[in-house]
Design a binder for this molecule. Structure first.
Ligand code: ADP
Ligand code: MG
Length: 684
């Protein structure tokens, strides 16, 4: 039983723990462990079972196990690197133990003929299996006791040993009664307490605690809640800050609608109304607009933009690629011209003069709306009255970028648009600072895209089918995806396919577009495809998102096995925009990995963006799914946003309650789980 120093509190510095001197304090602080309470929340990542003694003959490299045997030889090597090579035999075989140092006081214990118990990692050494610096006890003394319990294994660095962690945790556990349980009264009585959860993880004696164990779930719930609360805090400073009230009587919008060749869908109207309510408030809007590919999000953006313009504020429209930014620019230019407004265009590749002019027009307030890529935020772009930022097709648009944006000083309204639905798990955690609007219906007259998956050996039949479609006046996308992250290889593949199609389909005008072309060249090819002059567009993945050419009704994707689900879904969404039956053909090059097979199966079986996004998250895991920047938030200790999805329904409810009734408790929960990893919470 560990005895705590007197006057030890959970809020004491870690220096108050026995065995923690000034040097260790610093090392612990580097691990973001400052107070005794932080040690309590430093949870084991796994458990070692040292109870079972393994026969040496059955050992495998890479295993971690306990062995009991007799020391048959000790070879003490001096020289440049002093070491002891000890051979242990248990009758079934021999194991080598290698020690590079030996505490002087314990040296006398190492004698040939003695019985030794040891535990460690096995690796294949020069003389067969060996253990380097195992934990050990002599087994032929009365006080020897083979471990009878599981041993928790703590994440460590800074050279801190497992034994140290265990001693400190034991001291911290004596203070468990001091730990307030903020959820006890808010959860149904069958829920275990926070203390039970912590005890389960730190003190499991006989059985490795299951993540499904109610006490584990209690911890997971609180961890999810802590993350949710932390991200939500980004919304809070905004709540106090004033955003411009973007209120208009909708005249501009009415004039815009009058020139539109179709009527809005009910879903578009509803979402536009939601956004307009937000814009008219002082609290800055933080809204995520989800709508499947082709659902007409651009019009919603236009509605919001016109409200802002009419209210006398500037609008930024940001797209993930230059091609898309350019498309948006062209579209808005067309829409705005008749209304006597102008759109500007700002991407890295613009000539310096045009760029400078645009910048000046923005700073002076002469220019109302600018489209561009993310570079817009990294640079010194100044606005005179920025009121609204719209970000298109950026489901990866992360917490970090949202923060950057807010740091620009102004407190504009923000609308993030995406065709890739955010699975509920992420909406509750990483994106908890956003409110969500959904366009849940496509414009009328669309026919679902038929999806075929076939090996690339069937290319000749495919060419036949393409010929047929071209005769009917249709247009075709032919996409060559990324090869091992290399733009040059990707380009070569696209050029090869381009040449190949030209020779198999003589007389057909084929265009080629890729990321290495100058913006003007790209624009030219896109325009030719849009007008119908180019019949087949061979492209690298630059056309992945947002491109809109309704007459294109066949999408061929080469090496579809290389693409993720979100990308495939985006690509497929490029067709099926007109009334005619469209198809998407996913060519793969065998053999298929099991994950690739699964992805292609999902694509064939569903068009539901939510199903696809959820599956994507499952196959790739949250870290990769979100991109590297945001993974920090998802390094949870107990919770797993996929496995514990069921807990997420409770999270926002508890969060609301706490923020309303006990904001200090909310703060304390965030602090105990996330400590100082909270920079993103201090925005504003
Ligand atoms: P996404 O949501 O993928 O960004 P877009 O805004 O590019 O979709 O719209 C896809 C296509 O649907 C465009 O050609 C657009 O003009 C058209 N569209 C948008 N709204 C409607 C509507 N209400 N009725 C008919 N067509 C529409
Ligand atoms: Mg779009």
């Amino acid at each position: 039983m560990a005895v705590a120093k007197t006057g030890l509190y959970l809020q004491s510095s870690v220096s108050a723990l026995r065995g923690v001197g000034p040097a260790l304090v610093q090392r612990l602080q580097r691990m973001d462990l400052w107070r005794v309470q932080d040690i309590l929340f430093h949870l084991p990542t796994r458990y070692q079972d040292r109870r079972l003694i393994c026969p040496i003959a059955a050992l495998q490299p890479g295993q971690e196990c306990a062995v009991l045997g007799e020391i048959v030889s000790i070879n003490h090597q001096r020289g440049r690197r002093e070491q002891w090579l000890v051979t242990l035999s248990d009758g079934s075989g021999c194991l080598q133990i290698r020690l590079f140092h030996m505490v002087a006081a314990l040296r006398g214990q190492w004698q040939v003929g003695r019985r030794l118990w040891c535990f460690g990692d096995l690796r294949g050494g020069f003389h067969g299996l060996e253990m380097v610096h195992p934990e050990w006890q002599m087994a032929d003394v009365p006080q020897f006791q083979a471990p009878r319990h599981l041993t928790p294994f703590y994440p460590s660095s800074e050279g801190i040993t497992q034994a140290q962690w265990r001693r400190w945790v034991a001291q911290a556990l004596t203070l468990l009664d001091q730990l307030p349980d903020y959820l006890e009264d808010r959860l149904p009585p069958h829920w275990p307490s926070l203390r039970e959860g912590l005890r389960l993880l730190h003190e499991s004696a006989d059985e490795i605690p299951s993540p499904q164990h109610p006490a584990s779930q209690r911890l997971a719930l609180e961890e999810l809640l802590a993350n949710h609360l932390a991200v939500r805090r980004m919304r809070q400073p905004g709540a106090m800050q004033n955003a411009p009230c973007l209120h208009s009587d909708g005249q501009l919008w009415q004039r815009f609608l009058a020139q539109l060749p179709f009527v809005l869908t009910g879903a578009q109207e509803r979402v536009i109304a939601e956004i307009n309510v937000d814009l008219a408030r002082h609290r800055p809007m933080r809204r995520l607009l989800q709508g499947d590919v082709g659902s007409g999000k651009t019009l919603v953006a236009a509605a919001a933009a016109l409200t802002a313009l009419e209210a006398g504020y500037q609008v930024v429209l940001m797209a993930p690629t230059e091609i898309l930014a350019e498309q948006l620019y062209t579209r808005f230019q067309q829409w705005l011209k008749p209304l006597d407004w102008e759109a500007g265009y700002l991407v890295g590749s613009r000539p310096p003069r045009a760029r400078r002019e645009t910048l000046e027009a923005l700073a002076s307030g002469r220019l109302g709306l600018v489209t561009g890529t993310q570079a817009l935020f990294q640079e010194e772009v100044e606005f005179s009255r920025l009121g609204l930022v719209i970000i298109d097709e950026q489901h990866r648009f992360g917490v970090e970028q949202r923060r950057q944006l807010l740091e620009k000083g102004a407190m504009p309204h923000l609308l993030v648009m995406t065709a890739t639905p955010i699975p509920r798990t992420l909406a509750m955690t990483v994106h908890a600072d956003l409110e969500v609007s959904v366009i849940d219906a496509l414009p009328p007259g669309r026919t679902p895209v038929e999806t075929l998956v076939m090996p690339d050996s069937r290319r000749p039949q495919l060419i036949g089918r393409m010929q047929h479609m071209l005769e009917e006046g249709r247009q075709i996308y032919w996409v060559c995806p990324l090869i091992e992250e290399s733009e040059i290889l990707e380009l070569q593949a696209a050029e090869a396919s381009f040449a190949d199609l030209q020779s198999t389909l003589p007389g057909v005008t084929i265009g080629l577009i890729h990321g290495r072309m100058r913006a003007a060249e790209k624009a030219e090819v896109m325009a030719a495809f849009q007008s119908g002059a180019v019949r087949i567009l061979v492209a690298t993945t630059v056309i992945e998102v947002g491109v809109d050419v309704p007459n294109a009704s066949l999408m061929v994707v080469e090496h579809a096995e290389r693409l993720g689900l979100a990308q495939l879904h985006q690509l497929r969404g490029r067709v099926g925009r007109g009334a005619q039956q469209s198809s998407c053909i996913l060519l793969y090059h065998p053999p298929l990995s099991s994950k690739a097979r699964e992805r292609l199966r999902v694509m064939r079986e569903t068009h539901d963006g939510f199903v696809i996004a959820r599956k994507d998250l499952e196959l790739r895991g949250p870290g990769e799914y979100l991109g590297t920047r945001q993974t920090g938030i998802l390094q949870m200790r107990v919770a797993d946003i996929l496995r514990d999805e069921a807990l997420l329904t409770l999270v926002p409810v508890l969060a609301e309650q706490l923020l309303r009734e006990d904001p200090d408790a909310a703060q304390a929960i965030v602090q105990r789980w996330l400590g100082n990893r909270l920079d993103y919470g201090q925005v504003g």
